[in-house]
Design a protein around this ligand. Sequence first.
Ligand SMILES: [Zn+2]
Length: 239
Amino acid sequence: MRNWFSRRKVDAVTTHLTEPYVNAYMRANIWHVAGRDADLLIDTGMGICALAPEIPTPRGKPLIVVATHIHLDHVGSLHEFAYRAGPACSAAEFARMSDGATYAHMFRAMADAVSELPKPGWSAADYAIRPAPLNRTLSEGDVVDLGKRQFKVLHLPGHSPDSIALFDEADGTLFSGDAVYDDTLIDDLPDSDRAAYRHTMQRLLDLPIRIGHGGHGPSFSRDRMREIAANYLKDTADL
Ligand SMILES: [Zn+2]
């Protein structure tokens, strides 16, 4: 295994990482944004291999790590980082990382969990997520400040009750986690709520983004996001 993570520069300050050998259903996006006074990491993957060594940490510059929600594929390596922020409504669970909150048991049960072993003898059956208590909780309207660039927190439940997104209103960049992404949306987990998801989609129809970077799949334009939201509202209209 040369490198567990793949890495791609998205723009001058944004880098995309992911775990190509993780089953596509669980393979999530990790976003790194370099700021003036602080850097930002959005989501931390599965925690199968150490993520922290992959992330540049310039001396004296804080790295703010935000979990968009507590599902396994977004919080696995959160414990490796010192400054951990996440949704206020699931904050207590971050100190436990129980299967009931993360769904880690779904990965343990997968026959084809990975396409390459991270190391010899590795087994998905041993997969566990280390607790990562939050230092900061995030609610609707809170601001994550990188210096010269601010991200507003949006609470967008539906996929999960605790789904949050980060929106740079000045330049239109949305980091949306699993609230919206350009792939099959998951709304049938035990903690999913379709009525709440419909409300989130209605809200997204009017959100003036320039580009969206989701928790899964490729990045998307405002038009594409509106199409995804409209399709969801159409498909769930009988609710
Ligand atoms: Zn999720």
